[in-house]
Ligand binder design. Structure first.
Ligand code: SF4
Length: 502
């Protein structure tokens, strides 16, 4: 059985709201955007959320009219309760099911003191009726195109109860996110980018399969992405797209555009990115050091059941090796608790991760998000255990599994993380390129073995300072790797040997 973890209170409980402030005078045309607090998972890394900032609110911020002033507050950065001076005329809160209750508390506090509260985010789309009484207006669907319009209506005294945004509007027309609002020192990198929106899949458990939400795959132009990277000035970029690889040709063009920047980058892709070795080569040469891959399961039947169009698990190992051959590290995502999973799934999954030397992995207990096909199936079958959304965080069991008990599922999840975060497992999964091992070990120490330290790092705004040298080392190593890759490629061609990826 996994060891129980003691988590600092600030990581578990939202900061108290300032009840001593009884009345306030809203500042005309001043808006505040809030990312509410959520409790961290005691079995994962406590620093997970400060690697790269979410762009949900900074994207919306980009469409704020010029005559409005704007502040941004992320409660997860442990800087206390959200600001009230100047007191905002409008408060925009992003609402996700795991922190919906906190969003309602924040909304009540600001509304009682005279602010107008607007909700946006996925929970507003999936549970509109539940959210409605807690806010003055709801932005349902794509928010960037709505925010400016809502603020104009506030100014004109004509605020509506509901605004609907469409995901069909060309994504490349959206303004760039306002990264300047995000405190740089509090993240490993502020260079989170979104080049594309949507995914070519629609897996039954994914939030992208939410009823009435249809997000066609859309891309910003490679030139727009390059400009955003240059504007941010970051040499480590993390693409937080759902799937950067849904359109192989686009990914290829993007790699071409990234090549001259000499940056390093990582992104979420599906494993079918390995279908085309030419793309892997371009990814490596443009600075891709790692990919986040949703393997979901090692069981073919489970994959078929999700509806995911993907290579089958018995071909995963070969494809992981292809990524490794190009110096691309693999962070795998695994869902535990599918109907075909038995109690041996936990050990089998970690054994496989170690055997194939995945440098990192995340585990998620299967979670039926409201308004997804998985949720409606489970509800029809009477398998939903409760609707306490705060526990729909992929770290708790909220449904009745088919081939094990909820307790077995939770304990198996804890076992998987405990084993993955052990030194023995970290060492077994070290990168095959020797030069990449020191940074990998240092990163593992910081990310996986330093949960006791994260509260202090976050609270004292030291995250970026600590990670910066590691990023610099990784980038220097990768630039050398690219040079030697090209040299070897030239030599191989000279001798008539066709190297991989050419
Ligand atoms: S492949 Fe990933 S992002 Fe795409 S629908 Fe499936 S789970 Fe969602």
């Amino acid at each position: 059985m996994a060891r129980k973890r003691v988590m600092p209170k600030e990581m578990r409980v939202a900061p108290a709201l300032d009840e001593s402030l009884v009345t306030a005078v809203p500042t005309h045309c001043h808006a505040l955007l809030i990312n509410p607090f959520y409790a961290k998972d005691p079995y994962s890394s406590y620093g997970k959320h400060v690697l790269t900032p979410t762009l949900a609110l900074s994207s919306i911020a980009g469409s704020t009219p010029d005559n409005w002033t704007l502040a941004y507050w992320d409660e997860n950065l442990l800087q206390g309760h959200p600001p009230a001076d100047p007191f905002p005329q409008v408060v925009g809160i992003t609402v996700h099911l795991t922190f919906a209750e906190r969003a309602y508390e924040l909304a009540a506090w600001y509304r009682e003191r005279g602010a107008i509260v607007i909700f946006g985010g996925l929970h507003v789309q999936s549970c509109t009726e539940e959210c409605a009484p807690h806010a003055d207006a709801l932005a349902v669907g794509e928010g960037t195109q709505l925010w400016g319009h809502i603020l104009r209506d506030v100014e004109n005294g004509s605020l509506q109860k509901r605004y609907d945004g469409s995901y069909k509007k060309p994504y490349r027309e959206d303004p760039a996110p306002r990264r300047d609002l995000i405190p740089k020192e509090q993240f490993l990198t502020r260079g989170s980018m979104i080049a594309t929106r949507g995914c070519h899949n629609r897996c039954n458990f994914c939030y992208l399969a939410t009823e009435d939400m249809h997000m066609p795959y859309q891309m910003r132009t490679p030139q727009q992405v390059v400009q955003e990277i240059l504007d941010e000035g970051s040499n480590y970029v993390v693409f937080v797209d759902n799937n950067l690889g849904s359109r192989p040709k686009y990914l290829e063009d993007l790699c071409d555009a990234l090549m001259p920047l000499n940056i390093i980058w990582s992104a979420a892709v599906t494993i079918d990115v390995t279908d085309n070795e030419k793309i892997l080569r371009k990814m490596a040469l443009s600075g891709c050091t790692g990919v986040f891959v949703g393997f979901e399961s090692l069981n073919n039947d489970s994959i078929v059941h999700t509806g995911k169009r993907t290579p089958m698990p018995d071909d995963y190992a070969r494809r992981v090796q292809m990524l490794h051959d190009y110096g691309i590290q693999v962070n795998g995502s695994f869902v535990l608790g599918f109907d075909h999973d038995r109690p041996d799934v936990f050990k089998r999954t970690v054994d496989w991760i170690e055997a194939n030397r995945l440098e990192s992995a995340t585990f998620h207990i299967l979670t039926p998000y409201p308004a997804t096909p998985l949720f409606s199936d489970m509800e029809k079958e009477g398998r939903i255990l409760h609707k306490d959304w705060s526990q729909y965080d992929t770290g708790h069991v909220v449904f009745q599994p088919k081939r094990m008990t909820p307790k077995q599922l939770r304990e198996g999840y804890e076992y998987a993380y405990d084993r993955l975060f052990s030194w023995r497992s970290i060492w077994r999964r070290r990168p095959q390129q020797l030069a990449a091992v020191p940074a990998y070990l240092a990163g593992s120490l910081l990310y996986k073995k330093s949960n006791w330290l994260w509260r202090l790092l976050i609270k004292h705004r030291l995250t970026n300072a600590l990670w910066k040298p590691l990023i610099a080392i990784s980038r220097r190593r990768h630039v050398k790797y690219r040079e030697s890759f090209l040299r070897h490629e030239d030599e191989s061609l000279k001798f008539g040997i066709v190297p991989p990826g050419v």
